[in-house]
Design a protein around this ligand. Structure first.
Ligand SMILES: [Fe+2]
Ligand SMILES: [Fe+2]
Length: 138
């Protein structure tokens, strides 16, 4: 197992936490796929699902930031674009197909996600709480 949801990743925003939890679940499933030819389709499909879900999640956060007129929207959104580009290029350009390469890539990439949650998403949730913003981000 690479990553497991734990409370220390929680940013105390129910909806965003739930989406982070699902992202981590997809990363972990991708990490644990066995290394054989039969899994190639499943791997491609799972990876596509992960990148699509990341894009949806980032849109939710960006919509929330727009609605609450969040000052750090620009920097935060730039980081989202970077994360999507990094994930996509890692798998499509480097062709991380075998298990060792895939697990090494996912270990590095999951650190980027965790870092993003702590550095960007947590202050956003804190801002919502401090301003008693309860609107959902979806
Ligand atoms: Fe974010
Ligand atoms: Fe997030």
């Amino acid at each position: 197992m690479l990553l497991e949801w734990s409370e220390h990743l929680s940013i105390d925003h129910a909806e965003i936490d739930e989406e982070h939890r699902y992202m981590i679940h997809l990363i972990d499933r991708l990490y644990n796929l066995p290394d054989n030819g039969h899994c190639l389709d499943e791997m491609e499909q799972l990876f596509g699902e992960l990148v699509d879900f990341m894009a949806i999640h980032f849109q939710h956060e960006e919509r929330l930031m727009t609605e609450i007129d969040y000052q750090k929207l620009g920097d935060h959104a730039k980081e989202h674009d970077c994360l999507i580009a990094t994930y996509a290029s890692y798998f499509y350009d480097r062709g991380a197909r075998d298990r060792i390469a895939r697990q090494r890539a996912l270990t590095e990439l999951s650190m980027l996600i965790i870092d993003h949650i702590k550095t960007f998403d947590r202050p956003l949730a804190f801002f919502c709480k401090a301003n008693q913003i309860t609107a959902e981000c979806a």
